[in-house]
Design a protein around this ligand. Structure first.
Ligand SMILES: Cc1cc2nc3c(=O)[nH]c(=O)nc-3n(C[C@H](O)[C@H](O)[C@H](O)COP(=O)(O)OP(=O)(O)OC[C@H]3O[C@@H](n4cnc5c(N)ncnc54)[C@H](O)[C@@H]3O)c2cc1C
Length: 419
């Protein structure tokens, strides 16, 4: 029987496994369906990783390599090419998986860390109108073709969605000799990091059309034209605003979905906003001994935050296996005005200081983040000069304040009038 099985060998799984090892667990196994460890980082050959964690700028594969080495320095077991098919919570938990090398296995473990990452929303999820020619890719699929398989996916490109993957691919396609004609975003703001807007669009003179969307796709075999229209405040296309782009490629960067099929099958309570499990402050789901971290829990913009969160999950899994009892009483933390979601959603009293990650629902200027308890009394406030949905926010709530709070907590944003 294992002490801990980690499902997924991306940056989340690697950090959780190493931390659990450092905290004293000696029977730890990572299960990864791909042929190598590292997760999505292996296809992210641009730099910009590790600024917070290592205080240097690394490429995705370099960042992953450091954590892979950290795993190789231990006796943590790794099974590659191994797909986890089912998780059955219990005492012990059972993990069903299959691989060419070991066949069908049913593995038993005291604790599990879910670290399966996320996948991209594709054309079907956003009901794109028009014909169905070749030349329409998710941005991540195009990134994999280009950076790992060595295929150039197109020459004249339009990008729908201004999430980070789309922005990164605008620059990448340009560097490979393609002409990127436009990046088109439905919302009046970008969902990507500001640094990516500047470094991937503005530096290459690629126009960003905010409040616009694709309203027609033309082409029989290969994509020939994309029609883009402006949208009103209800996100409906405005007739007469059509722009026609002659292009052979459309890249979709329209959101990521945490890979939670295993989590749902295991009846682990989910949060409809994050599309990940509901977790306590130590990343434990509401099923004792099952933890979640990284993009499977909520979509992160920076891998450094994934690493920090996953180390918390690994350490907590180790404490669980070592028999440390978690406190029973938990305060619910809910999202108030201006906040899309929070992680964690539950905070156990007596846990000490707690880091809360969240996203805002729209762009805010000078404002404050306010945490109130059930009586409406603010227990903590944090000033901010700018917040946007594309950039994850984090605050740390001191344990002494949490222990004093009456009932549940609500996190909201209040705008501050500038004088
Ligand atoms: C295009 C792109 C650009 C990015 N740019 C940056 C950047 O510049 N800077 C930055 O800091 N961050 C960036 N990020 C974010 C960062 O890469 C992610 O936040 C991070 O990789 C998430 O780690 P993860 O381990 O949660 O998920 P992943 O890296 O997706 O790893 C999940 C792993 O789980 C495995 N898995 C899933 N299901 C199963 C199963 N059933 N059985 C076995 N294995 C399974 C998958 O194969 C995968 O290896 C970028 C992300 C993308 C996609």
């Amino acid at each position: 029987m294992y002490e801990l099985i980690v499902i997924g060998g991306g940056p989340a799984g690697l950090a959780a496994a190493r931390e659990a090892w450092d905290q004293g667990l000696r029977k730890v196994l990572i299960l990864e369906r791909d042929q190598e460890l590292g997760g999505i980082l292996n296809q992210c050959i641009h730099n910009g990783f590790g600024l917070h964690h290592f205080h240097e700028e690394l490429t995705g594969p370099e960042y992953a390599a450091r954590f892979i080495q950290q795993i190789q320095d231990t006796d943590v077991e790794v099974q590659l090419d191994t797909m986890v098919l089912q998780l059955l919570p219990g005492a012990p938990h059972q993990v069903h998986c299959v691989s060419a090398q070991h066949g069908y296995q049913i593995l038993e473990t005291k604790a599990v860390v879910l670290a399966m990452g996320c996948r991209e929303r594709a054309r079907g999820a956003i009901a794109l109108p028009g014909e169905r020619p070749a030349g329409i890719f998710t941005a991540g699929a195009a990134q994999r073709y280009l950076n790992m398989e060595g295929y150039m996916v197109g020459r004249r490109v339009v990008i729908l969605g201004s999430g980070d993957i789309g922005l990164i691919m605008a620059r990448r396609m340009t560097l490979e000799g393609a002409r990127v004609l436009a990046c088109v975003e439905l919302m009046p703001y970008s969902s990507g990091l500001t640094r990516n807007i500047v470094q991937c669009l503005e530096d290459y003179h690629i126009p960003l059309y905010l409040s616009h969307t694709v309203t027609d796709i033309r082409g029989h075999n290969r994509l020939e034209q994309v029609v883009v229209s402006q949208v009103d405040e209800h996100r409906r296309p405005i007739p007469g605003t059509e722009l026609v782009f002659d292009c052979d490629t459309l890249l979709l960067s329209v959101g990521l979905i945490p890979e939670n099929e295993l989590t749902r099958q295991a009846d682990i309570p989910m949060d409809g906003r994050t599309h990940g499990a509901v977790v306590f402050e130590n990343m434990e789901t509401q099923v004792p001994g099952i933890f979640a971290c990284g993009n499977v829990l909520h979509v992160h913009d920076l891998v450094d935050y994934v690493t920090a969160e996953s180390q918390r999950a690994g350490a907590a899994a180790a404490r669980y296996v070592q028999g440390e009892q978690a406190a029973h009483e938990a305060l619910p933390l809910t999202h108030g005005s201006g906040v899309s979601y929070t992680v964690p959603q539950r905070i156990r009293r007596g846990s000490g200081k707690v880091q809360v990650l969240f996203r805002v629902g729209r762009v805010f200027g000078t404002s404050r983040i306010v945490v109130k308890d059930d009586t409406g009394t603010p227990i903590a406030q944090f000033p901010r000069s700018h917040m946007a949905p594309g950039e994850m926010e984090q605050i740390t709530l001191p344990g002494v304040l949490l222990d004093r709070a009456a009932g549940g907590l609500t996190l909201s944003i209040e705008e501050v009038e500038e004088t």
